[in-house]
Design a protein around this ligand. Structure first.
Ligand code: C6P
Length: 405
């Protein structure tokens, strides 16, 4: 299906404005996407029509809110083809999902001398929680390297796995390079050695069709705000046999079965991992974002984003002194680059004056920057509401800025 991009853009109020008197060009979608009216409306309706605390009260509003909250859980289950709704845990984002697993899986399964393999292209969120765990338990982090194309050297994986390896933590899509990792193959290798696999899907969930059963991953995490949904909502999927063996991450309301001073028993899945009042309006609104994305069609969105990526790449590499990082064929709609003689921060700041939003810096991926011997890059990341014309404006603005240096 060909998307009617102009019509789609009308759904996004924020895209209609001017920044410094220029039409906004929003190329920072890997950081966070914008929200369509259909999603914003549900947030408003939640607060104006059916807001109450979930799973607790006997009244109409609480019932309605509970129903809507649990409906989103079912939508997420369906979106990633999880076996059951008990395996869908709401968190506040990918980062919290990773910390939950690092703490709770770590408590149950990681012991002194154990090893955790983490790839070199990870976001800090998928490095630091494992380092904290390693520090607590006396475990070791082993790095799975990348090559200069920005591809994971996953053929080295087998030789890195030792009898002490317990888990591999890897991103599905790199937020800097756009590289899409062969998760299914990595999971096969891991499982053949009795190792578990955690996948950071923050940059994948809005761009790839995720089927956790087919990928056969043990854990999968993502954030709603990168999927045209609200911020402050994330998902953790986990295999049931593991989630059942893992202790709670946080204590509080809702995660208990019975509390006595002599001892407490815990609630069933997924509530065991959802302590306290969650982001009720956010989760309900996330349901609307999943519907919206479903109507667009993730494969349609991805096809258009790939067209934009290819178009931008062809135009950008013609600029003298411009180097693109991450050149793996078939990558996702993210393009990171530097221009010789111009600092990435200056490029980003001046692009902003043209109304163009990009991200600059290390993108929370210091080890990846170190691999390429750089401090940072400019990163343009596309969504289905971006256009070729925006890329033309972007490239021309970039050329003007470069000519000033
Ligand atoms: N990356 C970016 O500009 P949170 O913040 O919890 O929603 O997501 C963290 C995260 C984890 N993994 C990957 C691969 C990510 O890209 C991100 C978020 C944003 O690249 C903000 S730093």
């Amino acid at each position: 299906m060909t998307l009617d991009i102009q019509k789609i853009r009308e759904d996004f109020p924020i895209l209609q404005q001017k920044i410094y008197k220029q039409p906004l060009i929003y190329f920072d979608n890997a950081a966070t996407t914008q929200r369509p009216r259909q999603v914003i409306d549900v947030l408003t309706r939640t607060y104006t029509e059916f807001y109450g605390n979930i799973h607790r009260a006997a009244h109409f509003l609480a019932d309605k809110a509970t129903l809507a909250y649990e409906e989103t859980r079912e939508k997420v289950r369906n979106l990633i083809n999880a076996e059951s709704r008990e395996q869908i845990i709401f968190t506040k984002g990918t980062t919290e999902s990773i910390n939950l697993v690092a703490y709770s899986f770590g408590e149950a399964f990681i012991h002194e001398g154990d090893e955790i393999i983490v790839s070199e292209m990870e976001h800090h969120s998928n490095i630091v929680p494992w380092q904290l765990l390693a520090g607590r338990k006396g475990a070791k982090i082993i790095m799975l390297p990348i090559n200069d194309e920005g591809r994971l050297e996953f053929e080295k994986l087998e030789s890195l796995i030792s009898p002490r390896t317990k888990l591999i933590a890897v991103t599905h899509v790199s937020n800097v390079l756009g590289t899409i990792n062969p998760i299914k193959q990595i999971a096969q290798i891991a499982h053949s050695k009795n190792v578990r696999i955690f996948v950071d899907g923050a940059q994948a969930a809005a761009h790839l069709i995720i089927n956790v059963q087919d990928l056969d991953v043990d854990f999968y995490a993502f954030s709603a705000h990168k999927m045209y949904g609200p911020n402050g909502v994330g998902v953790l999927y986990g295999k049931k046999e593991l989630l059942e063996q893992m202790p709670p991450y946080q204590g509080g309301g809702e995660m208990i079965s019975e509390v006595r001073f002599s001892g407490t028993t815990y609630n069933e899945l997924p509530y065991k991992f959802e302590a306290g009042t969650p982001n009720i309006s956010g989760v309900i609104t996330f349901g609307a974002a999943i519907d919206y994305l479903g109507n667009i069609g993730i494969e349609n969105a991805a096809a258009w984003e790939t067209e934009l990526l290819n178009y931008a790449t062809v135009r950008l590499i013609q600029i003298a002194g411009l180097r693109v990082y991450g050149t793996q064929p078939g990558k996702s709609g993210v393009i990171s680059f530097n221009v010789e003689g111009v600092h990435f921060f200056d490029l980003g700041t001046m692009l902003d004056k043209f109304g163009i939003a990009v991200r600059t810096g290390h993108h929370c991926a210091d080890p990846l920057m170190e691999h390429f011997g750089i401090q940072g890059t400019v990163r343009a990341s596309f969504a289905f509401y971006n256009t070729r014309e925006e890329i033309d404006v972007f490239v021309e603005a970039l050329k003007k800025i470069i000519s000033m240096f």
